[in-house]
Design a protein around this ligand. Structure first.
Ligand code: ARG
Length: 457
């Protein structure tokens, strides 16, 4: 008979057991469920709500179940519906009547909220640690490439010279913001909901602070309806995961481009590339492509739960059981993607010669040529037109700006002097961009140092 079977005169239809049971996926919460119950029983004993001897028996019984579950010795049963009733049923089988007192002053509604809060906290901490790993790898590489010049792009057209360090540091900023988002998700998960009961708290004198303390929560939830109806802490994680995946995906897209024969800015390691079953020459960036591809499913997970939640009246509704698969999938996909991305990134070989050559083509120093004229007293709008004409001339002649002689330059504007060549060298273009946030090596070094400080804080 079901734990809730008192008012029923028939067994649940097999189809229903199969349909509504969540044990196939919520067994993943067994550790949180059991430790949560240990804290609840401990508090029930301390408060004199159940006899101390029963509390002790429950705690011992639960510890044994946890040990067996860790050892893979427990078979979870679909007809016991979910992890909560599986554990409770098993406990009573093992310790007898004392087990029947565990659920005093508690509902599965606040129990599942507790379990998922606990699980989400760990997920946030793991994710933050993995982001920090990735950021550390990016900072190390950036530090080695402060002077590695490459073309910067807008519209995927060469725009202005930057450095590889500067480019990598753009991603560091994104992942630092992701880290902040997971710190926030951690805060929303770090609220202890037990004591909300089914929806309206309970008449027993529970010590909610004590349970929070035992389970290492910073605070308790302030409204029993919200305590069981809230899934923001999962949505916070999934929203953060969606944005982090979007960042990873953009990075992957660039690495896929950079790894092409046409760009050839990077060479991917053989260990992180795959071949073709028909084309013997192929070496494909499958890992990067797959991360880009998996981004869609993480968005899907977020959208699925947002949609599940949007029409639910307070408080608990069974729809909310749909939170777990989406959340687990979001967490697993992000964690796997971060792990493999960081490993792949560490094995990349950067083709710095090709990057430099790339920066030398495509008139990436044209803005700097206009800025040169401005320093000679020419208004910027005039300088822009002059350089535009000059570039059109170079395109016709298939030349770079630096290929033109001084008289050729002066035919476009008399203000050009011999020092113009030095002024528009790629090195000068980068070095002159020396305001905070710009690619000059000392500025990028500053932002590397600032990021390291932030990581260690
Ligand atoms: N398996 C359920 C879930 O994941 C646990 C809570 C069930 N509560 C209820 N009143 N049916 O949401």
């Amino acid at each position: 008979m079901k734990l809730w079977g008192g008012r029923f005169s028939k067994a649940t239809d097999g189809l229903v057991d199969d349909f509504h049971s969540s044990i196939t996926f919520d067994q993943r919460l067994y550790r949180q469920d059991i430790t949560g119950s240990i804290a609840h029983a401990t508090m029930l004993g301390e408060q004199g709500i159940i006899p101390q001897s029963d509390a002790d028996a429950i705690v011992e019984g639960l510890k044994d179940i946890l040990k067996d579950a860790d050892a893979g010795k427990i078979t979870w049963h679909v007809d016991a519906e979910d992890i909560h009733m599986n554990v409770e049923t098993l406990l009573t089988e093992r310790i007898g009547d004392a087990g029947k007192r565990l659920h005093t002053g508690r509902s599965r509604n606040d129990q599942v909220a507790l379990d998922t809060h606990m699980y989400a906290k760990i997920a946030c901490l793991d994710t933050i640690a993995m982001l920090e790993d990735l950021i550390g790898a990016l900072l190390d590489t950036a530090e080695n490439h402060l002077h590695t010049i490459m073309p910067g792009y807008t519209h995927l057209q060469k725009a202005q010279p930057i450095t590889l360090a500067h480019h990598l540091m753009a991603y560091v900023q994104m992942f630092l913001r992701d880290r902040t988002r997971f710190q926030h998700a951690l805060q929303s998960a770090d609220v202890m909901p037990l004591g909300s009961g089914a929806l309206a708290g309970t008449t027993y004198p529970l010590n909610r602070e004590r349970v929070a303390d035992l389970l290492d929560f910073s605070s308790i939830s302030q409204n029993s309806l919200d305590g069981v109806a809230d899934r923001d802490y999962l949505l916070d994680y999934m929203a953060g995961a969606s944005i982090a995946m979007m960042h990873l995906s953009r990075f992957c897209e660039e690495l896929i481009l950079w790894n092409t024969n046409e760009f050839h800015f990077v060479e991917m390691d053989d260990a992180f590339s795959t071949g073709s079953s028909i084309m013997p020459q192929k070496k494909n960036p499958d890992v990067a492509e797959l991360i880009r591809g998996k981004t869609g499913r993480v968005y899907g997970d977020l959208l699925a739960l947002l949609t599940t939640m949007k029409g639910l009246p307070l408080a608990y509704n069974k729809d909310m059981q749909e939170d777990k698969e989406a959340f687990f999938d979001s967490r697993d996909t992000l964690v796997k993607s971060l792990t493999v991305f960081t490993a792949m990134f560490k094995t990349l070989t950067f083709r710095t010669e090709t990057m430099l050559k790339g920066a030398a083509g495509g008139f990436t120093n044209a803005t700097d040529l206009a800025d040169y004229l401005v320093r000679q007293g020419v208004p910027f709008r005039d300088a822009h037109r002059v350089v535009g004409e000059l570039v059109a001339h170079c395109v016709k002649q298939d030349k770079a700006i630096l290929d033109l002689s001084l008289p050729e330059l002066q035919a476009f504007h008399p203000a050009f002097q011999p020092d113009v060549y030095e002024a528009i060298s790629l090195e000068a273009c980068v070095e002159r961009r020396s305001i905070p946030g710009a690619p000059a090596p000392e500025m990028v070094k500053n932002s590397i140092d600032a990021a390291r400080k932030l990581l260690n804080s």
